[in-house]
Design a protein around this ligand. Structure first.
Ligand SMILES: Nc1ncnc2c1ncn2[C@@H]1O[C@H](COP(=O)(O)OP(=O)(O)OP(=O)(O)O)[C@@H](O)[C@H]1O
Length: 262
C-alpha cells in the first residue's frame, strides 16, 4: 500500500503502561483501530480510560510500550516531522501578549515559513474559523468560544492532514458548544481533514462523528467502535431523529458495559 493510500491512523494491539511509584498504570491495553482519511473519529469514555494518552501517542508525545501505531502510513515520530497533524487542547492556550494573528502565526514562524506566506495563511485560516477581521485583537478581547476557534485556526495554519482535538469545547456553555459543533462540521466538510476528537459528551460524539470509539478504564481499552449511519451533512435538529437516539443509546450501552460510571 502506498503512503498516500494508508489509513490516517492505524493501531494494532497498542498498549501503554506507565511505571509509577504506586506500580504500573495500564493507560492503554490492546487497542486496535483503523481511522480512514477524512473520518471524524470521537473518543468517549470516563476519566482515565486513555483517551488523551491515545491522542498523545498519535502525536508522538507518548510512545506505546507494545504494538504498532502508524500515522499516514508512517511512524508517529516521522509523521510529526512531516507535520501530519495539528493539536487543539482543552484550554485555548493563546499567548495574551500576542494578537490573535500573532498567535496563529507562531507555528508558522517556528517552522520558518516566509513572511508573505505566513500572512496569507493567517488570513486564510481566520476566514475558515469565521474570525475574519479579528486578527488584530488580543485573546482577552474575545469570548471563550472565539478563543477556542482561534486555537483551531492555529492548529490548521500549517495545513496538516489530521486535526487532533482534546476536549476542545469542554469548558464552554452548551449554546456556544452547539454552535461550535455545527461550525466544526462545516469546517471538516470544507477541508476534508481527518479529525480525532476527545469528548465526555454522548450527544457531541454522536452529532460530530463518522466513527465513535467507546473506551473504558483500568485498563484503558476500547469496548465498542460504532460506524455512524448518519449523513455527513447534519443540521442540529438531527439530534431529535430516531437514528440519532439509537446511536446515542448504543454509546451509552457501551459505556455501561465497561462499568464506567459505577
Ligand atoms: N505521564 C503519566 N504518568 C503516569 N500515569 C499517567 C500519565 N499520563 C496518564 N496517566 C494515567 O493513565 C491513565 C489514562 O489517562 P488519560 O489522561 O489518557 O485518560 P483520559 O481518558 O484522557 O481521562 P480524562 O477524561 O480525565 O482526560 C490514567 O489512569 C492516568 O492517571
Amino acid at each position: 500500500m502506498s503512503l498516500h493510500e494508508a489509513p490516517a491512523i492505524e493501531a494494532k494491539e497498542v498498549s501503554l503502561t506507565f511505571e509509577t511509584a504506586d506500580g504500573p498504570v495500564h493507560a492503554l491495553s490492546d487497542v486496535n483501530l483503523t481511522v480512514a482519511r477524512g473520518d471524524f473519529v470521537s473518543f468517549i469514555g470516563p476519566s482515565g480510560c486513555g483517551k488523551t494518552t491515545f491522542l498523545r501517542c498519535v502525536a508522538a508525545l507518548e510512545h506505546p510500550t507494545e504494538g504498532l501505531l502508524r500515522v499516514n502510513g508512517l511512524s508517529a515520530d516521522e509523521a510529526r516531522r512531516r507535520r501530519a497533524f495539528g493539536y487543539v487542547f482543552q484550554a485555548a492556550g493563546l499567548y495574551p501578549w500576542r494578537t490573535i494573528a500573532g498567535n496563529i502565526r507562531l507555528p508558522l514562524e517556528i517552522m520558518g515559513f516566509p513572511r508573505e506566506e505566513q500572512d496569507r495563511r493567517v488570513e486564510e485560516v481566520l476566514e475558515l474559523v469565521d474570525l475574519k477581521g479579528f486578527g488584530r485583537k488580543y485573546p482577552w478581547q474575545l469570548s471563550g468560544g472565539m478563543q477556542q476557534r482561534a486555537s483551531i485556526a492555529r492548529a490548521l495554519s500549517f495545513d496538516a492532514d489530521i486535526l487532533l482535538m482534546d476536549e476542545p469545547f469542554g469548558a464552554l456553555d452548551e449554546i456556544v458548544r452547539d454552535r461550535l459543533n455545527e461550525e466544526l462540521l462545516k469546517l471538516w466538510a470544507r477541508t476534508g481533514k481527518t479529525i480525532g476528537f476527545v469528548t465526555h459528551s454522548i450527544p457531541e460524539a454522536v452529532y460530530l462523528s463518522t466513527k465513535i470509539v467507546v473506551m473504558s478504564p483500568r485498563p484503558g481499552r476500547i469496548t465498542d467502535v460504532i460506524e455512524s449511519s448518519l449523513p455527513r451533512e447534519r443540521p442540529l435538529e438531527i439530534r431529535d431523529t430516531p437514528e440519532f437516539i439509537e446511536i446515542s443509546h448504543r454509546v451509552r450501552e457501551g459505556l455501561r458495559a465497561g462499568h464506567s460510571y459505577e
